[in-house]
Design a protein around this ligand. Structure first.
Ligand SMILES: [Zn+2]
Ligand SMILES: [Zn+2]
Length: 384
């Protein structure tokens, strides 16, 4: 069994998917193409989840555990600026996060395992997940039962990462992606004449105080690990001589533990209440949860590290540390023992960050990722 033998096919697949990027829950062409490819080499147990998601199972000849492999399939609302023969044909949409490569990895692995199912003890469930970018496709797929029939014992995933040179592999233990919550604060002032401040409830002043206090809370870093509190939007539309009646502040909270996450939310609530109550200005604060922290299972990660060392040598293993970006693979890590690693896809030509209109990747990383996941699955399915 060797994923490397599919190198050319996986790269061609990545380029095909690169041309048809679709955003969250609109991955209709993508989903159809994934299904067709899987059927073409004979896979039969293919089910739909969460509208555009797909799960396909390779059943080994002998009984054993079931390993889940999750790849995300959505693109971004970005206009591609790369001059490449396989550039996006969908205006305003682009695979700027490398999920096109993730699809190719998933399909390549599915083919390798399907062709070798006779020698397999256990099953491999390939989960092609929509809407990773902000909206969240993992949670609805789990709620719809993607981890059952057959029940998944362990979950694996990866993300190609341009800041890491190919073919290095990041082995970071514990929390590797941050939790994400968004907050919205609506401050309800009383508008009026710019020349008569004594007659208004000044929501611009109140909002500025809150924004400054949240930044100071971030700077003072009272939490154990690196925690982010970012005010990213401040809207108080008005004219130069008119106090607006209300203002809206929006931002994001990122943490590396669920305990700190709860504490930060509590602190923000009490800080906002304290400032605005003192000014006697009514407000409405909503904090909406997005993704939890992505926490790697220690045992699985150490097996992954051994597999990576065996395949690529000790010198290719790095400990990049956590990122404050969020990843909804985190919902799988909450549901069952899981492991997610970053695979270097940067080189001297491919150095643009993820989500950039000129992002591209070193395609050799596709083989690196597929080979590593293949080895890891075989290790986990070794008959006891
Ligand atoms: Zn992304
Ligand atoms: Zn991504």
């Amino acid at each position: 069994m060797n994923a490397k033998s599919l190198e050319k096919e996986m790269i061609a697949l990545r380029r095909e998917f690169h041309q048809i990027p679709e955003v969250a829950f609109e991955e209709f062409k993508t989903s159809k193409k994934i299904k067709e490819y899987l059927e073409q080499f004979g896979m039969k147990d293919i089910k739909s989840y969460a509208s555009t998601g797909i799960a396909a199972v390779v059943y080994g000849k002998n009984p054993g555990k079931t390993i889940g492999v999750r790849v995300d399939i959505d693109a971004l609302p970005v206009t591609e600026e790369n001059e490449i023969p396989y550039r996006s044909t969908h205006p305003g949409k682009m695979h700027a996060c490398g999920h096109d490569a993730h699809i190719a990895i998933g399909l390549g692995l599915a083919k390798v395992f399907y062709e070798n199912r006779e020698s397999l003890s256990g099953n491999v469930k390939f989960i092609f997940q929509p809407a990773e970018e902000g909206v969240g496709g993992a949670e609805p797929m789990i709620k719809e039962g993607v981890l059952q029939n057959p029940t998944v014992d362990y979950m694996l995933g990866c993300h190609l990462w341009p800041e890491i040179p190919s073919p290095k592999i990041d082995i970071t233990s514990g929390s590797t992606f941050a939790s994400s919550d968004v907050f919205q604060l609506h401050i309800k002032g009383f508008g009026g004449h710019g020349g008569m401040p004594e007659k208004v409830k000044d929501c611009v002043y109140a909002g500025a105080k809150v924004a400054a206090a949240l930044k100071e809370l971030y700077f003072s870093a009272p939490y154990e690990k690196k925690t982010v509190i970012s005010v990213c939007s401040f809207e108080a539309p008005s004219a130069a001589n008119v106090y607006p009646a209300s203002c809206v502040i929006k931002g994001t909270i990122r943490t590396l533990s669920e305990k700190i996450r709860a504490k930060v939310k509590e602190d923000i609530r009490s800080l906002v209440t304290q400032i605005l109550d003192a000014l006697n200005i009514p407000f409405e604060l909503t904090i909406t949860p997005e993704y939890p922290t992505l926490v790697n299972d220690d045992k699985l990660l150490s097996i992954m590290e051994s597999c990576a060392k065996e395949l690529f040598g000790d010198e290719q293993i790095i400990h990049h540390g956590p990122t404050m970006a969020a990843e909804d693979f985190a919902f799988f890590t909450q549901a069952l023992p899981s492991c997610h690693v970053k695979i270097g896809c940067g080189n001297s030509e491919c150095c643009m960050p993820l989500h950039n209109p000129k992002f591209n990747l070193d395609e050799s990383a596709i083989v690196t990722a597929a080979s590593l996941l293949e080895r890891m699955i075989l290790e986990l399915l070794k008959p006891e």
